[in-house]
Design a protein around this ligand. Sequence first.
Ligand SMILES: O=C(O)CCC(=O)C(=O)O
Ligand SMILES: [Fe+2]
Length: 202
Amino acid sequence: MEEHHREMRALGGRLLDVFFGALGLTADQIAAGETERKIRETMMATMHLNLYPRCPEPERAMGLAAHTDSGFFTFITQSPVPGLQLLRRGPDRWVTVPAPPGAFVVVLGDLFQLLTNGRFRSAHHRAVVNRERDRISVPYFLGPAVAPLASAVPPGRKAAFRAVTWPEYMGVRGKALRTDASALALLQVAEEGEDDGMPPKN
Ligand SMILES: O=C(O)CCC(=O)C(=O)O
Ligand SMILES: [Fe+2]
């Protein structure tokens, strides 16, 4: 378990650098950036164990309802039984993620959308059940205290979201669930006529 934790955290660090690079940041900027430093210092992890027993009528049941994850990255280890589905937009449809042995699935969460000021979007996903086989998934969630990266905010614009810690954001998600609002929308500081960092409504 400790080894898994160590490896997952290291993977999270490497992936973060890859994404920072994709956002156009240089190694020097990553090393010097205040947001980047705070992310590494406050990164927390949690893990779930999900068991989806086989179901004779899978079309009448749902393993895990559609949602986005709250943190930065989720690394999902799963038994070789497909069940995870991602929402693809335009036209909206559920796509089953293959489950090859030894592979992780990486899911981006809401706080990553916040970090990138909406340039990378959190993925809507769900888990369906299988008619013949039990399925196990072990998602490992990584999340920090975070504010939008200055480099992700277009010049002359304000950040689309306010800063938040992961536990705070979990509280916001709870409130959003009770009021049927979008949790990220509750953190928005939108300006008139601006891309608000949220997916298009449909
Ligand atoms: O079972 C899966 O593959 C997905 C699990 C998941 O999305 C979650 O626990 O948040
Ligand atoms: Fe999830």
